[in-house]
Design a binder for this molecule. Structure first.
Ligand code: 2RA
Length: 351
């Protein structure tokens, strides 16, 4: 039989992309049930060409559900994923609530698909969008050269902060548009943008902000720690050295990462390109002479991680520098969740 799928958080930024993906991908599902906060209950959304009515989140709403995807804030997942499991579902969670739990696998289908079977809590976690953009490109290089260290700088789109992030950037851009004096004198961009900074600590229009997430120990941001911890867990390298600086940039969709990767063996740029050409979930775009680079304006709306600017370090024959871009709402969120759920669907065929 075809399993029943619940999409929790169906009306959010990631949920919206999820409905598009479920409509476009090969169908694995019988009933699809859309769940959201009570204030969205009753809204009508289209999925697989069918109009569906959003139901309010409740324990009973999970009755008969085989797989429940969660695209909601951490605290909502922390409360409701165990409820879904208690009602008989497998939960696939896109929040940060369970990612580092020892009893919850952190799955990227191109890298560790077998781990979906190892789920003592009935929960499988999806990685953070910045980790996902980078890791699909790093894993094939790790297999080739044995990764030892990563030094990362992210360039994160405002949609990572949800629809409110997107609205904030557009509002700010309309306030600064056309004023050619802006940016040439300290303070005037702040004045033009005004006090409404949305979810960001500083204006994003005509600016970059070296901050994403919340303050963690010793000045690191939560986003920087996620990159480190999740990369270690997914690659099974608990001692991997990772230093990251996460930066928010005025891009609507598409997280990018500049990567300096040090390996255990000598690397060469063409060998790295070859490994990436053959890797699942990766597209190689590396022809600077023709102006071909991985960029968010091209990667948005696509499934793979775009990789390019591949160079062997001039100072270390074991190190590569490269640039990766991926759609943070697709592979960074909805697509990876959908791929995990699809790995589970065959379990129900025999029931
Ligand atoms: C962000 N990574 O870009 C976060 C979203 N999960 O803000």
């Amino acid at each position: 039989r075809l399993p029943t799928l619940a999409v929790v958080g169906a009306t959010g930024a990631v949920g919206t992309v999820m409905l598009e993906l479920l409509s476009a991908r090969k169908n694995h599902w019988g009933e699809i049930r859309l769940l959201a906060s009570p204030r969205s209950a009753g809204r009508k959304l289209v999925c697989r060409g069918e109009e569906l009515t959003v139901q309010g989140l409740s324990a009973e709403a999970f009755d008969g559900v085989d797989v429940a995807m969660f695209d909601v804030p951490d605290e909502v997942s922390a409360e409701w994923a165990p409820v879904a499991v208690a009602r008989g579902a497998i939960a696939v969670d896109n929040s940060g609530a369970f990612r580092m739990d020892r009893d919850v696998p952190l799955v990227v289908p191109e890298i560790n698909p077998e781990q979906v079977r190892n789920r003592p809590k009935g929960i499988i976690a999806n990685a953070n969008c910045t980790t996902l953009a980078m890791i699909v490109a790093i894993a094939p290089l790790h297999r080739e050269y044995a990764l030892r260290e990563l030094v990362l700088a992210s360039y994160q789109a405002v949609s990572g902060a949800g629809q409110v992030g997107v609205d904030t950037l557009h509002d700010q851009l309309s306030k600064v548009a056309g004023d050619r004096a802006l940016g040439s004198r300290s303070g005037n961009v702040r004045q033009a943008v005004g006090d409404d900074l949305g979810p960001f600590p500083a204006p994003l229009a005509l600016n970059v902000v070296p901050w994403a997430g919340s303050l963690a120990d010793s000045g690191w941001s939560s986003e920087e720690l996620k990159l480190r911890n999740e990369t270690r867990k997914i690659l099974g390298l608990p001692d991997l050295k990772v230093s990251a600086t996460c930066v928010r940039v005025p891009v609507v969709t598409g997280h990018s990462v500049a990567v300096h990767a040090v390996f255990g063996s000598e690397v060469d740029a063409e060998g790295a390109r070859e490994a990436l050409r053959n890797a699942p979930g990766v597209i190689l775009v590396d022809d600077p002479a023709q102006g071909e680079f991985p960029m968010p304006i091209d990667a948005v709306g696509t499934d793979p991680s775009w990789v390019g600017r591949i160079r062997r370090s001039m100072d270390d024959p074991r190190a590569l520098d490269l640039f990766v871009t991926g759609d943070n709402l697709r592979k960074g969120a909805a697509l990876n969740t959908a791929q995990i759920a699809e790995l589970l669907a065959p379990e129900f065929a025999a029931r």
